[in-house]
Write a protein that binds this ligand. Structure first.
Ligand SMILES: *Cc1c(COP(=O)(O)O)cnc(C)c1O
Length: 362
């Protein structure tokens, strides 16, 4: 089977260099070799997340930490901010963890607004909230800085933020924002193979977790902190992933974070241009479009052209590129193109050339 290059919003294409690092010879996870490896990536991760806190490595997909955050940090009631498939599901997960939870539902394609959160938190019912910064199913980015500013008004509410599909593509300054948990899976904007998540917790979150009697073991934040202080993880991590992460972080800093952020902006803009050129409009509310993927309206919004998305996808796949045909209830009435990871103007233009060819055959 010839390789089909991934332009879906996760997992994304993994470079040969990353795979080579991934297959490094195995070492023991309690030995000096692993400690040195973790101690090497730690300051790089701290720089990437703009934090002085220790960054944790979790051998799980993002959902492990998302569920873990709820188990560690919700005592009273959690406000689940919802505006798409992933954020909607966090509400279900909270309930499945036995927590008292309330949905703050925005329409799919709309962001979460700080004013809406403010109104809810003013009731005093909540001790935590969950927010997805970049809702991948709808390609919509919520205004994180505005929302995080509420933390000053509600210091006792724990702010848990998923940046799964945005972290590394734009600056997210954990310490400055004052939020309590920031987490990401690494098969999206990090461009690593699936199976690793990174996260960070504020001192307030750690103090609160320490009081939770039913926080479990595998995702016990207190254990993560204790172990990270020794450059270790609570249980045996996927060591190959940590080697791959180390290689990837070297790539990030060789490029320079600012250059990396600018590259994502540029490749994202090119995707918007491609959509406009073909008479499509975008699904997200104007001004809240994701920087890492483009959710293109294929009839979901008035005024957009419609095509047979399955056919577009198939014709493009036959040329060696995979795009996404839409997620959940907007499958087919939208489709998505990712510009996460290593993609450049050149590689995006290769995709657009293939898509142009496909469009001509529809
Ligand atoms: C992909 C994704 C998740 C879930 O990630 P898994 O790797 O499947 O656990 C959660 N949140 C967002 C925003 C995502 O894009």
């Amino acid at each position: 089977m010839p390789h089909v290059k991934l332009f879906i919003p996760g997992p994304v294409e993994v470079s040969d260099k990353t795979f080579q690092a991934f297959r490094s010879p195995m070492i023991g996870h309690r030995g000096q070799g692993f400690k040195d490896l973790y101690a090497k990536v730690q300051p790089q991760l701290q720089q990437l997340l703009f934090t002085k806190q220790l960054v944790y490595l979790s051998t799980s997909s993002a959902w492990g930490v998302m569920e873990g955050a709820v188990r560690n940090l919700v005592q009273k009631k959690v406000l689940n901010c919802m505006c798409g498939a992933f954020s909607d599901k966090w509400f279900d997960v909270s309930k499945k963890c036995g927590k008292s939870a309330e949905a703050l539902q925005a329409e799919w394609g709309s962001p979460i607004r700080a004013e809406a959160i403010d109104k809810k938190l003013a009731t005093g019912e909540f001790d935590a909230l969950t927010l997805i910064h970049n809702e991948t199913s709808t390609g919509t980015m919520s205004p994180l800085a505005e929302i995080a500013a509420l933390k000053k008004k509600y210091p006792d509410v724990i702010f848990i933020v998923d940046a799964v599909s945005s972290l590394t593509a734009l600056p997210i300054k954990f310490d400055e924002l004052g939020i309590d948990v920031l987490l990401a899976g690494t098969q999206k904007a990090f461009a690593l193979p699936p199976g690793l998540a990174v996260f960070v917790a504020s001192p307030a979150a750690l103090a609160k977790a320490a009081l939770a009697k039913d926080r479990g073991y595998y995702f016990d934040f207190v254990e993560f902190q204790k172990n990270a202080e020794q450059s270790m993880t609570p249980s045996t991590p996927s060591i190959g992933h940590v080697y791959a992460l180390s290689s990837k972080l070297d790539d990030f800093f060789a490029e320079g974070l600012d250059a990396r952020f600018a590259r994502h902006k540029k490749t994202n803009q090119l995707t918007h241009n491609w959509a406009a050129k073909h008479g499509f409009n975008l699904f997200p509310e104007k001004g809240f479009e994701s920087l890492t993927l483009t959710c293109i309206s294929n009839g979901a919004r008035p005024g957009s052209r419609t095509v047979d998305v399955a056919k577009l996808q198939k014709l493009t796949k036959d040329q060696g590129f995979l795009i996404d045909g839409g997620y959940g209830k907007i499958k087919g009435t939208t489709f998505r193109i990712s510009n996460m990871g290593d993609e450049t103007e050149t590689t995006m233009n290769q995709l657009f050339a293939a898509l142009d060819k496909s469009m001509a055959q529809l």
